[in-house]
Every structure is written in C-alpha cells, then in structure tokens.
Design a protein around this ligand. Sequence first.
Ligand SMILES: [Zn+2]
Length: 423
Amino acid sequence: MVERLYYSDSFVRSFTAQVTDIRELSRTDGQSVWQIALDRTAFYPTSGGQPHDLGVLRASSRSGSVLEVSVLAVEEDEHGEVWHQTMKPLLAGTEIEGEIDWQRRLDHMQQHSGQHLLSAVFARELNARTVSFHLGETSSTIDLTVETLGSDSLERVERIANELIAEDRNTGIRSVPRAEADALLAKGILAKLPEREGAIRLIEIADYDLNACGGTHVCSTGQIGGLLLRGVERVRQGVRVEFVCGLRAVAAARQDFTTLTRSASLLSASRAEVPAGVERLLAETKSGAKERLKLKEELALYHAARLAVEELIVDHLRIVRRVFPDRDVEYGKLLASRLTASVPQTVALFALTHQDPALLVLARSGDMEFHAGNVLKQALSELGLRGGGSVDMAQCQVPRNQTEALMDSLTEQMRGMMAKLQL
Ligand SMILES: [Zn+2]
C-alpha cells in the first residue's frame, strides 16, 4: 500500500518514489490518459472537501535525459490506492522524483486549517455544528446546523478566529487506535468519526479543537494567516457560511479596496462616504423619475390638444393617424388616452416605430359605438397577425414594413362602419 508522506508531514514538497502500477483510462477524444500508482507520495488526492494537488513526476533515463510528466489530477480508489493522472505513461519500476505545486498546496492548507478553526469557533460560541465543507477555487464554505446567523454573531466569530490565529497555537497531527478514537467520540471530545477501521488520524489545535481528518494542515494557527467571512446564505439543512483564509483573504481585501476606491472616485467622495453617496443618487433617481412622469403627462395633454385641432371630423369621425419614430410605448399610450378622453367622435391610430416590430395603438372616444379590440383583431387577421384589447384601447406588435398597410386597413374599416351607421 502507498505511503502517504503528507500524513505525517504536510510540508514535504518533493520526494523520490518508484512507479508500482499504471493503467490507461479510455477517453472519448481519442487521447490516452494514464493513472500512475507510486510506492510513496506527497500528492494529496481529492477527499474530505479538499481538492487534489498538482505537480510533476520526473524520470531520468540512462542517457541522462529527463522525462517530465504533469500530474493533472490525483484520486484515491476504494482500496486506498492513490492514482496520479498524467498524459504520458511511466513504466512500473521507474524511479521518479515528484514535486507538488507548492503555492496551490499551501493555499489549500491555509483554507483547510482555517476551516477547522472556524468550525470550532462556531461550535463553541454558537453551538453551531458543521455538517459539510467545500474548498472552492476562490472561496470556501461550511454548512452549519443553525436557523439564522446575525451579523453580530458573525463579527464575533470572525474576531475570535483571528485572535486564535494571532495566538499562533500549535496544530499537531497524531494517530490513535480506533478504540481510543471511539472513546473520545463517546466523551464528546470528537464530533464525528469516519466509518473505516484501523488507526484514526487526528488534527489538534492546541487547547481548542480535536478533529478526525485526513487532510493537509499548517503547523500552527499563525500560518493560516487571517480569516475573513465573506457571506451567509440559507440552505436546505441550515446556513452556508463563505470564508477565505491567508493569501486569499489578502487578495479578497485588495479586490474590495479597488472596487470601493473606484466607486468613491466615481462619486467624487471618500471611501467612507460611498454608502451615503449611493443613497443620495438613488433618491435623486427616484425624484427625477417622478418629475419626468409629471412632465410627460403635461406634455401629453398639450400634444393631445394640438392633434385634436389638426384633424377635422368627417362623417362623424375624426381619425388622428400618426407615426412616431422616436416616442416610447408608455408615451404613445398616454397620448392616445389623453386625446380620446379630451374630444368626442375621435380615434387615435398611432404607430410607434422606434423598434421593429413596431407597436400599433388604437384608442377611441367613449361616445364611439365600436369595440377597439375587435376592430384591431379583424384588421390583423387580414394580415395574418394577432392582437386585441379592450373596448376603449387596443394594441399589437406589427412588423415595421406592414405598419402602413395595417393603418390603411383600420382606417377603411372604421370609415365603413361609420357609413353603415349613417344609413
Ligand atoms: Zn479536515
């Protein structure tokens, strides 16, 4: 069975080993992917919420040339074998030198040890138990069995976690027999245990936390480097807390600073004044929108009065037919309703053509005897289109190049109806 070097020392970055087995994975794109097993490895396989390491395996030939293969993924199987995924094969028996991507590993160690610390603080301070952990690309999450978390509680937990980091407490690894681990579980010192038999690996934060875990960890809490809580959301089984540790926390704080500084400069304000500045802008936007609506209504009244005198009543019907290439839908409908409300025997027939399809609005004065929705429906069916509306106002979308034809058809139809009524 493979010797896992990271079990006893998470700081092993390079090592020598021998290839013990190799197998080929079939891939759909026709390219071969290999899985290599070693007698010993410092590569961490994906497990317990922590992603696998990356790195390289190097093999020297007798001639002195060095073959370097990248490790793209690391998995463990149900028998406990660790498989290093590569795009090139290495024969069984080959002596190799392995080197892990240290930046990635250190980042994972900071996040994983940070998770142990954070979960312990939540358990001690709020009696909130951690039920799952996910170490993500940019941030990590834990799920807690609580209903809600107030911002006061979060700030307190974050402060305590950072105080424990500043205390630089020792983070030790030890292995205990299963029976001893079971006893610790019975006493409530351990919260949970894996189901498998054999020795149990424990990670201990001195005088604070003890956890069964197979992951890689820093040597002391100081190496976690700092912890920031980044968000809280409700999930099915409780609350999900997002956090970042170490260099990720620095990167997140830097990004926030850049965003805030840019916002402040757009507002010509200091960073502390940004919330007040945004509130002021929102209030201005709201009052501006109110003012615009008032002006639009006033304009529609004047506009309607002018349109009413521009067209005469012919055979008891005034048709105000207009195409507006630059008016929005809201204004077109407002104008139609103001016009038909202000004068009798009038029909507003407007096409709003700033978009394609255009919008056609048909409105009538209350004293007219036809149904605007039905009239529009009939004219549309002649063109193979659909639409309709109420007795007083109807509307439809119509391809811009068919607008004139539809307006002609509606005009003709309404004139025809008026002629019939006169008989
Ligand atoms: Zn762990």
